[in-house]
Structures are given as structure tokens and as C-alpha cells.
Design a protein around this ligand. Structure first.
Ligand code: FAD
Length: 340
């Protein structure tokens, strides 16, 4: 454990004449500070779990650690399948696939848990909005539309990373998991697209500047210095200028009446708005001017932005939210819902 701590390592891939695999410490529990897991591979067509009795496991662990008389206690022996698969569809009527049910990937490439959490986050606010009659069922179809292409890309990249680790070692790794996990963009779904045919689908997360479909950067801070975060099922509207915020905030009740949804408005700027941004980082990171506005979805992705203020700001906001929620502001559906 000391070696892992000294090297700031979370796992160790190893290979010698007796064993090849990964050694992983379960850190963080004072009750069991010396608990480790050793992963070794076998071909299921040639062996099963019964071919790994306690004596063989102890021998493999000692060979992995490199101490032949290491005192050990074996907790458990389990098997898991290394696979790379994505389901053909993530939705079948009222059933949605999330996490490993939707996709599996080699853990030697990582991101299985992260991707599952992102899938759940993408689906949860959509289900909540439909459940509360704030939107139509059509919004739910955007779960598959947005997440399945990300799953295809993630599984492909993670499988490549796994192969690079196995065949070429650390020096041969070209896949960047930060980019795979955080740098993608939704190019269809519950977003209001901008016209830019040359826009990349994936790049370093730091390179995005507020394009709809990308992750919202958490730049502005409250006067108490807490980070601004997306609420669980509300739409934060981020405004670059206080006066514009006040103007739109005054009209917000109308949006609630006509569109029947919760909307939080934050004004971001230099002077005593809701959120401080003395350095102008907000405008730079979101690619807007000081009269611009951004709608961040409840899952933290940018749904829409206006680069600069418009004369018909109220109409633009209504249209953007209607598009995000798959609603028409004056439809019969909305009028019926607003009477509830
Ligand atoms: C060795 C290893 C290391 C990993 N390391 C990482 C990592 O570092 N980072 C990362 O992001 N991901 C990692 N992963 C991947 C990550 O663990 C999975 O992607 C994640 O756990 C999947 O979560 P899930 O909730 O979708 O499925 P699971 O965690 O598999 O949960 C499904 C649950 O459903 C239960 N269940 C199954 N069938 C039924 C049934 N019929 N009725 C009731 N319950 C049922 C199961 O018992 C299980 O508890 C690793 C995976 C492995 C195997």
C-alpha cells in the first residue's frame, strides 16, 4: 500500500513469468487498509473459476507482489467478463437501458461507471419532466439519440486503450480518457443547434466555448464563492449581464404560465449580480458577449445560447425552451397543461 501511496497510483498493471494482470488497492477504509484485488485473465473456453482454487490464487498473488512468503488471507474469488458491446437501442417503449445494461466495456480501459452515471443523469431529468407533465414524450427519445452515439464512441476508444495498454504498455497509449469522458458534444437531441458544419464532435473539454450540446463550464461563483451548478431538474438560465437578467427575470412569470416549467435565472457579471465574474471568464468560456445568455439543461449540458442580446429576447427565450422541451408554446397541449 505504501508503494501505491508514494506513487499516487490507483492500480498497477504487471507482468512476469508467472502472472499477468492488475493489482488494485481498496483504499479509504481504515477498517481494512490492506485489502487488494488482483485481476488475472483466463480464456473461458479453456478454464473456469473452479480452475482457480485457493492455493493457486495465493501463488498468483505472491508472484504479482514479488514476495514469495507474503502472509495473505484470501477473501473471495469471482469472475467477470471482459467485453465491448453496445445495445442496438437504449429505449423500448417504457423500458430504458442505462449503465452496463446498455453497454459494457473493458475495465482495463475504464470509464464504465462514469459513462453509466452520465447516462442516468441524461435520462433522469427527462423522465422527471415527462412525469410532471412539463413536456411531451418526444423528449424521452432524445435519451437514445444523445447517449447511444456517445456509447459507441466510448466503447470503441476504451477498447483501443485497453489494447494499447496490453500490447504496447504505457508508452504506447494515445487515448485520452479525459477527452473521451468529458470532451464529446451532442449534435442532435434536446438542444438548439447552431449552424457550424465544421464543428468537431470531440475535442479537449477546455477547447469548447459554450456550443450547445457540450458540457457547461462551471466558471462563475456566488458571492460566497460556491460554484454554480445545474439544479437536479431545473433549467438554469445564465445571463452575462445584470440589467438583461433583471429584464428577463421580470418576464419569467409569463414563461411559467405559458410553458409551465421551472426556470432559475442567474445574472453573471462584475457588479453585484447573483454571481461574480470579475475576470470575464464567463463570457470567454461560453463564447457570449456581456449581453448574451445561456440555457443549461438540468444534466449540466448547454441547451441553447444567445451570443448577444436581441430586441425580441422574450420570444427567443420562449422558442428556445419550447424546442428543448419539445413543446409549442401555444399548442393545445400546453393550454390544457397550464389549466392543471
Ligand atoms: C474489475 C472492474 C473494474 C472496474 N473499474 C472501473 C473504474 O475504475 N471506473 C469506472 O468508471 N468503471 C469501472 N468499472 C465498471 C463499473 O464497475 C461498471 O460499469 C458499473 O458498476 C456498472 O454499473 P451498473 O449499475 O450499470 O451495473 P452493476 O454495477 O453491474 O449493477 C447491477 C446490479 O443489478 C443486480 N442484478 C442483476 N440482475 C438482477 C436481477 N434480475 N434482479 C435484481 N438485481 C439484479 C446485480 O447484482 C448488480 O448489483 C469496473 C468494472 C470491473 C469489472
Amino acid at each position: 500500500m505504501d508503494l501505491f501511496r508514494k506513487r499516487h497510483a490507483v492500480m498497477c498493471f504487471l507482468s512476469n513469468d508467472t502472472v499477468s494482470g492488475a493489482l488494485v488497492p481498496y483504499a479509504g477504509s481504515s477498517a481494512r487498509p490492506d485489502l487488494f484485488r488482483l485481476d488475472v485473465g483466463y480464456d473461458p473456453e479453456e478454464e473456469t473459476l473452479t480452475d482457480y482454487p485457493e492455493a493457486r490464487c495465493l501463488q498468483l498473488i505472491r508472484a504479482a507482489v514479488g514476495i514469495s512468503d507474503l502472509s495473505l488471507q484470501l477473501k473471495t474469488v469471482q469472475a467477470w467478463e471482459m467485453a465491448a458491446r453496445v445495445a442496438d437501442r437504449f429505449q423500448q417503449e417504457r423500458v430504458f437501458l442505462v449503465g452496463n445494461a446498455a453497454r459494457v466495456q473493458p475495465p482495463t480501459g475504464a470509464l464504465g461507471g462514469n459513462t453509466g452515471i452520465a447516462e442516468a443523469q441524461n435520462l433522469a431529468w427527462k423522465l422527471a419532466a415527462v412525469q410532471r407533465s412539463e413536456t411531451k414524450q418526444g423528449l424521452l427519445a432524445t435519451y437514445d439519440q444523445e447517449r447511444r452515439s456517445v456509447a459507441d464512441f466510448t466503447v470503441e476508444q476504451v477498447t483501443l486503450l485497453s489494447q494499447q495498454r496490453q500490447i504496447e504498455g504505457s508508452a504506447g497509449i494515445s487515448v485520452d480518457t479525459l477527452i473521451v469522458n468529458m470532451g464529446y458534444r451532442y449534435n442532435a437531441g434536446a438542444i438548439v443547434q447552431e449552424d457550424d458544419e465544421n464543428l468537431s464532435l470531440v475535442q479537449s473539454p477546455d477547447w469548447w466555448t459554450g456550443q450547445p450540446g457540450t458540457r457547461a463550464a462551471y466558471r462563475a461563483r456566488t458571492p460566497g464563492q460556491a460554484d454554480l451548478d445545474a439544479g437536479p431538474v431545473r433549467f438554469p438560465l445564465r445571463l452575462a449581464d445584470r440589467s438583461r437578467g433583471t429584464e428577463l427575470e421580470g418576464r419569467c412569470p409569463q414563461h411559467k404560465d405559458t410553458l409551465h416549467f421551472p426556470l432559475d435565472i442567474y445574472q453573471i457579471g462584475n457588479d453585484a449580480g447573483n454571481l461574480l465574474d470579475a475576470s470575464g471568464a464567463f463570457c470567454r468560456s461560453y463564447g457570449v458577449t456581456t449581453t448574451g445568455a445561456v440555457i443549461v439543461r438540468p444534466d449540466g449540458f448547454i441547451g441553447w445560447r444567445s451570443l448577444a442580446g436581441k430586441a425580441d429576447a422574450e420570444q427567443a427565450l420562449t422558442q428556445a425552451l419550447s424546442a428543448l422541451l419539445f413543446r409549442s408554446p401555444l399548442s393545445t397541449f400546453d393550454m390544457q397543461q397550464s389549466q392543471h
